[in-house]
Design a protein around this ligand. Structure first.
Ligand code: ADP
Ligand code: MG
Length: 580
């Protein structure tokens, strides 16, 4: 993915670049700090269960507009409720996935489990949802776009004026330099001011609020006057995860590293702009609330894990948090194959692993075909699904998190089926970017033609999780042409989101020191916990966040995959002072 030349740049939380000796020292310290605070992973290239590498991280936090962050946090309980209702709408799930399961074997296998469970009735009516709604800022947002320069009249307008003066210089350095006349001394002063401004500008490495290099000067002035809006690009949902929503530990851990770095660099005053993040506690408490509902004092919480867990800290910290905070609750870790070997149902359909009864199952695996080596793992999934244990996710929650369901939810009037409040419908509706079906019908064929014509505007997604499965931009036509008309219905098409850039240092194990300043884009994930059955929601809350940042040239930013890095948001307001 390449960013367009006129992609806006969010200003930095501190002035970069750092002096080289300072950068070397603080980076070395931060690496050790990361390992020693569990911001770490097992190496894929030199795997050893006995050692950890620090996880790639961004040295100082990336900026994120405060209002948009707060909006995302406030919206999460509504999204939780939406997903809970979707998961319990048998007709919607069935019709939405009808075409997909004809051609997508993995989704069809999940759906078969769902169908069988429906036929026999749910043994456990309560589900535990631990969701993560992923989003990116959209710099080309129609309502606020600095590209469209559309003005939104209202109270914001006045606040924009102060920022306008500063931003005019920032977006157009010629303003001071072209001011003519005055005495020689005045001229001198002006020249010095221009030079100083120029130096400062270089120092900032274009990290001011917005760089609108392709806009005309008039447009730039207009943009500056509207900076209150353009700085606050709206955000769009990338996807919603209902299974194995990771980074409950690494989210808060990222903040811990960056808080340390900012303090070391003498910027402790900035820490107030890093929002609290209690994701680990929020998610683990969710599991414990489900455990309480199950109400069997000797029953355990079971984590379903991959054969090899590279992202081990993000699972063990959950386990350790539960063990330390609630020592009476035991946690077990088992693969799907283990469950097939050891698991059986008791008289009341309780899941038993040996003699241990399982109250809650937390799936950190089971979301991709590679986790099911044979029918044995599918049988294990079915066994758990028919058991009395409370699942995170239960099969209907898993299906509700498919890309196909996300695409269906974004269609006009569909939200009304799940949300009553018109204001909430409006708020949720705004987070969807264009999502298009590729089913073999008139609408699907029109999307197909659209994708062939302007592929650079889209991303093509299959029904998979875990990264590395999507097709981007110019690669789309070939991918589509290789598919039959029916095969296309396993995929959806989505508008590409164009996030603003940030500039900073990405620190990776084994990479050259000191790190260089790079262009990056971020993706914010907001966690939500929801517990209930088809008729009642008993718990529903927002549970912290995580920020992942990748090189702006990368399509995807999986941290373990190598292009992404741990980050955390530094909240900015449009009228903040320049970084110092
Ligand atoms: P997965 O389930 O594999 O995580 P996602 O839908 O989250 O699939 O896509 C993976 C990554 O691809 C995202 O984290 C994001 O970096 C990028 N991506 C996905 N959709 C878009 C989009 N519409 N615009 C820009 N980038 C996207
Ligand atoms: Mg994702």
């Amino acid at each position: 993915m390449t960013s367009e030349a006129n992609t806006p740049v969010l200003r930095n939380c501190i002035r970069l670049p750092l002096a080289e000796d300072e950068l070397l020292e603080v980076t070395a310290k931060a690496k050790d700090y990361a390992i020693m605070h569990g911001a770490a992973m097992r190496s894929k290239t030199a795997f050893s269960p006995d050692s950890l590498n620090f996880a790639p991280f961004v040295l100082v936090p990336s900026s994120f507009p405060r209002k948009e962050f707060e909006k995302a946090v406030a919206l999460q309980p509504i999204i939780n409720r939406l997903m809970h209702n979707v998961a319990h709408d048998e007709e919607f799930i069935t019709t939405t996935l009808a075409e997909t399961i004809k051609v997508d074997e993995f989704t069809a296998n999940l759906f078969n489990i769902y169908r069988k469970v429906l036929a026999h009735g749910f043994t456990q009516k309560i589900s535990l949802g631990m969701l993560r709604s992923d989003l990116m800022l959209e710099s080309g947002c129609p309502e606020l776009s600095p590209r469209a320069f559309r003005s939104k009249a209202g109270a914001d307008e006045a606040t924009g004026t102060a920022a306008a003066a500063a931003a005019t210089i920032a977006v157009d350095g010629t303003e001071i330099g072209t001011a003519a006349g005055g005495t020689a001394e005045e001229k001198n002063k002006k020249e010095m001011a221009v030079a100083a401004e120029q130096r400062a500008k270089n120092d900032r490495k274009d990290c001011r609020e917005l760089q609108l290099s392709q806009a005309t000067k008039e447009q730039k002035m207009d943009a500056a006057a509207k900076s209150i809006q353009s700085a606050y690009c709206c955000w769009k949902q990338v996807e919603i995860n209902t299974i194995a929503s990771g980074f409950g530990h690494l989210g808060p851990a990222s903040k811990t590293i960056q808080r340390f770095v900012l303090s070391e660099l003498g910027h402790a005053d900035k820490l107030k702009n890093m929002p609290q993040n209690n994701a680990l506690a929020g998610l683990c408490d969710g599991m414990v609330k489900a455990w309480d509902i199950y109400a069997r004092p000797n029953a355990v919480i079971l984590f379903i894990i991959e054969d090899v867990s590279y992202n081990i800290c993000d699972q063990r910290f959950h386990e350790f948090y539960i063990r330390e905070t609630y020592p009476h609750i035991k946690v077990l870790r088992r693969t799907l194959s283990d469950v097939h070997r050891e698991g059986k149902l008791g008289l009341n359909k309780e899941l038993l692993l040996g003699q241990q009864e399982v109250a809650v199952i937390y799936f950190r695996a089971g979301y991709e075909p590679g986790h099911y080596h044979s029918q044995a793992e599918w049988d294990a999934r079915y066994l758990m699904e028919t058991s009395l244990a409370i699942k995170c996710p239960s099969i209907h929650y898993h299906l509700a998190g498919t890309k196909k369901v996300q695409q269906a939810l974004a269609q006009p009037a569909v939200l009304e089926r799940f949300i009553n409040d018109p204001e909430e419908i409006k708020a949720v509706g705004k987070i969807f970017t264009g999502l298009y079906s590729l089913d073999d019908n008139e609408a699907g064929n029109a999307s197909y033609e659209m994708a062939l014509k302007t592929p650079e505007k889209f991303v093509l997604k299959p029904q998979r999780e875990g990264g590395g499965n999507n097709v981007y931009g110019v690669d789309i036509p070939d991918a589509l042409k290789r598919m039959s008309r029916v095969e296309r219905s396993a995929w959806i098409l989505m508008d590409l989101i164009h996030p603003p850039l940030t500039k900073g240092y990405m620190v990776r194990p084994g990479a050259e020191m000191p790190p260089q300043i790079v262009d990056m884009v971020s993706e914010l994930g907001i966690f939500g916990v929801v517990i209930g059955d088809a008729d009642h929601i008993v718990h529903n809350y927002q549970a912290g966040h995580m920020l992942r940042t990748k090189l702006s040239t990368a399509n995807e930013g999986g941290v373990a995959a190598g292009l992404g890095a741990l980050d955390s948001p530094y909240l900015i307001d449009s009228d903040d002072e320049e970084e110092q």
